[in-house]
Design a protein around this ligand. Structure first.
Ligand code: ATP
Ligand code: MG
Length: 138
């Protein structure tokens, strides 16, 4: 899975109509889509996805936000996918994100930061498996 990463376009970005522009930026940066779905998570599903952050003070806020509206989940492929995608999206806090990155352009707070990107090959696989069956990817 080292050439694949997992992403979500978060509810803040889908609700503001940024989905198309964000997908376009990902594709223009060389990522190809290997699976995609547009869904709204339940509170239980968002809680399970972010279980790794359960002890963090922002967990409740994060779960509430992530199930507040639809998201786009996708598996993306490119050489060096995980690291290159983290570069493309920018720092967690958009104020620290480099100019031109997706978060710099579309995030409005540290929590409502437009997109998710896996932080390791191992987590990319876990996260992709959380959303997609074998039939739903190629
Ligand atoms: P992501 O996992 O979404 O790609 P990340 O790896 O840059 O983001 P994490 O530390 O994994 O950052 O945090 C997961 C998400 O939790 C962040 O993207 C953000 O939406 C939210 N978050 C992180 N820190 C805070 C905070 N201090 N206050 C509110 N929300 C936060
Ligand atoms: Mg993370």
């Amino acid at each position: 899975m080292s050439n694949r990463t997992f992403t979500m376009i978060k509810p803040d970005a889908t609700s503001k109509g940024h989905t198309g522009a964000i997908l376009d930026q990902m594709i223009k940066a060389g990522f190809s889509v290997k699976a995609m779905k547009w869904i709204q998570l339940s509170e239980a599903q968002a809680g399970a996805f972010y279980a790794v952050h359960k002890e963090r003070p922002f967990y409740g806020e994060l779960v509430e936000f992530m199930c507040s509206g639809p998201i786009v989940a996708a598996i993306l492929e490119k050489e060096n996918a995980v690291a290159d995608f983290r570069t493309l999206i920018g720092a967690t806090n958009f104020k620290d994100a480099a100019e031109g990155t997706i978060r710099k352009k579309y995030a409005t707070s540290i929590g409502e930061n437009a997109v998710h990107g896996s932080d390791s090959d191992e987590n990319a696989k876990i996260e992709a498996d959380f959303f997609f069956s074998g039939l739903e990817r190629f």
